[in-house]
Design a protein around this ligand. Structure first.
Ligand code: CAO
Length: 546
């Protein structure tokens, strides 16, 4: 005989007045021992309350939004064999499957099956409401009241709950669809007609008949629908993107957790749920964010970011005065994307220093004028020597961030300002070329860059870059590392400065250096050593020969 028991809120630690945020069963539902019946949520935790034993739900004594504490009456449950048998009878109400019932009279009560249509109920004053989330996928086993879809208007976000437990056969909507009350959402095979996986009988042989049935144990279990029954189920056309939904399936989560994830821009499909039945909790979302922030992406090969940046609002500038709109030059579009990626993915540090180039300039100006020996040619030579002594500054990080790639060559890129945008042609084997050759090559490469005549190969293979703004002006700047290189030297305008020589101030021509480097590869000490070395080399160019 069935007895009625109450499920009361057990001791849940320090929590009191905890809000009921989900009710996972309705009266008449058959529940297993340990099956979740309610979800409670405090500001600290989400708690699922399990049924203490198997039975049939008689009455749900709380509603969503109620605040409950230890000892609160939650649900009444009929337990015992009779309750289970009654439950089985109650669900045997639908389509007849004569071939099967005739041969298997003892399972008639559970062999009847029908796939039901789940439609959008009345949702108040809203119409044409867009679907923003689909929380289930074909084949999912869902509980009564479990959220199926999220709809969102500019005023409200609504989750559409399952009218009863079952298996999702097919989904009739997709993200972006706009819905109205009465629209078909999905086809559901009610759960009461399907045996739990562990209790399914083995497939029946072709020539099976009732004579083979052991009548004493056949009554105890609901039976899985046979092929004949499955064929009766209405089959909906599969939406084109159903596979994508199935593979990127979101874990179950309470509305609060989903809202929390949405606020942080976290895609719940990427969060591994640690709660009962894989439910994602607030802690799972926080853990996901923490991991993404601490791990980042070790290599240069970033493909996607876990967070979407907030979109910049579109501004109608014509409201403030006359405007002209022109296309961004192609080079700026390309270099812009590259610079943006470098800026976001390389942890930059910039080291500043000054080199005394008084003697260097005196020497440079004393040279015959056939080939103009530019300051940049000296910078290239000094950088090449410094790179040979400190090869870490011309290394690269492997795309998985696990290895350093050292290069036996010294190809250096030089940033050139062109009418269409910034280009960085590469001077090859700088360490093997003399100042005159370097000066001539620089002139040729920058002319080609400005005329748009550089070959693609002339823009590739660099292992360090120099960006010289000295011809224009400025005292210092922070250049962006040209990844996968790990360092770039910025050069600003040299200026005469009073320098203390130990006994007096003397006028010296000081060249500002700004070295930006990738701190994953280059330590601060190495950064400072490199600019110090460069300053020494430029301060006394005889050292370039050593
Ligand atoms: N300090 C003082 N004077 C400098 C100087 C410096 N650091 N660098 C160059 N000058 C002087 C030169 O000596 C030259 O003077 P003279 O004609 O009297 O000899 C004059 O400034 C013009 O030099 P320049 O800039 O034309 O030539 P360069 O060899 O120094 O530079 C190039 C060539 C291609 C680097 C340069 O033309 C250029 O495009 N610079 C811009 C690079 C750039 O945009 N970087 C930013 C990248 S990040 O956005």
């Amino acid at each position: 005989m069935a007895t009625i028991e109450e499920i009361v809120l057990p001791d849940i630690g320090d929590f009191a007045n905890v809000e009921v945020i989900e009710i996972l069963v309705v009266a008449g539902d058959s529940v297993q021992a340990e099956q979740s019946v309610l979800t409670l949520e405090s500001d600290k935790a989400t708690i699922e309350i399990p049924a203490p034993r198997a039975g049939v739900v008689q009455e749900v004594l709380v509603k969503i939004g109620d605040k409950v504490s230890q000892g609160a009456r939650l649900i009444t449950l009929a337990v015992g064999d009779e309750a289970q048998a009654t439950a089985l009878e109650q669900v045997a109400v639908v389509v007849e499957t004569p071939a099967v019932t005739a041969e298997l009279p003892l399972v008639t009560a559970t062999a009847k099956t029908e796939v039901i249509s789940v439609i959008l109920p009345d949702i108040g004053d809203f119409s044409d409401v867009p679907v923003v989330e689909i929380l289930i996928a074909p084949g999912d086993s869902i509980a009564a009241n479990q959220s199926l879809l999220t709809l969102e208007t500019d005023k409200a976000t609504m989750e559409v709950p399952a009218p009863q437990a079952g298996i999702v056969e097919d989904i009739a909507v997709k993200i972006g669809d706009t819905l109205n009350p009465g629209d078909l959402l999905l086809m559901l095979r009610p759960l009461e007609q399907i045996a739990p996986a562990s209790t399914l009988p083995p497939p029946l042989p072709e020539n099976f008949s009732s004579k083979d049935t052991n009548q004493n144990n056949a009554i105890s279990l609901p039976r899985a629908p046979g092929e004949a029954e499955r064929r009766q189920a209405p089959v909906l056309p599969r939406p084109a993107d159903m596979t994508a939904i199935a593979t990127g399936r979101k874990p179950h989560a309470s509305p609060t957790v989903r809202r929390f994830a949405r606020e942080l821009g976290v895609d719940l499909a990427r969060v591994k749920g640690s709660g009962a039945k894989g439910r994602a909790t607030k802690a799972d979302v926080q853990g996901f964010v923490k991991k993404a922030l601490t791990q980042g992406n070790a290599g240069g090969g970033v493909t996607s970011q876990p967070f979407a940046l907030p979109a910049a609002p579109e501004v109608d500038y014509s409201r403030f005065g006359a405007i002209e709109v022109v296309d961004l030059p192609r080079i700026k579009k390309l270099s812009g994307r590259h610079l943006h990626r470098c800026w976001l993915t390389v942890p930059h540090v910039t080291q500043f220093d000054q080199a005394d180039i008084t003697e260097l300039e005196a020497f440079r100006k004393s040279q015959p004028h056939e080939v103009k020996l530019t300051l940049l040619a000296f910078l290239l030579k000094a950088v090449a020597v410094a790179l040979q002594r400190m090869p870490i500054l011309k290394a690269s990080l492997s795309s998985d961030g696990e290895q350093l790639i050292f290069k036996q060559f010294t190809h250096i890129g030089v940033a050139v300002d062109t009418p269409n945008g910034l280009l960085v042609p590469v001077v090859r084997d700088v360490d093997r070329k003399n100042l005159t050759v370097l000066a001539r090559e620089l002139t040729e490469l920058s002319a080609k860059a400005r005329d748009g005549k550089l070959a693609p190969a002339e823009l590739q293979g660099g292992c360090f870059s120099i960006s010289s703004l000295g011809g224009i002006g400025g005292t210092a700047f922070t250049p962006i590392v040209n990844a996968p290189e790990v360092a770039i030297l910025g050069v600003s305008r040299a200026a005469m400065q009073p320098v203390w020589n130990g006994t007096e101030f003397v006028p010296r021509l000081m060249l500002p250096l700004s070295l930006s480097y990738d701190h994953r590869v280059v330590d601060g000490a190495d950064g400072a050593r490199f600019t110090t070395l460069l300053a020494q080399l430029l301060g006394d160019i005889r050292r370039l020969l050593l």
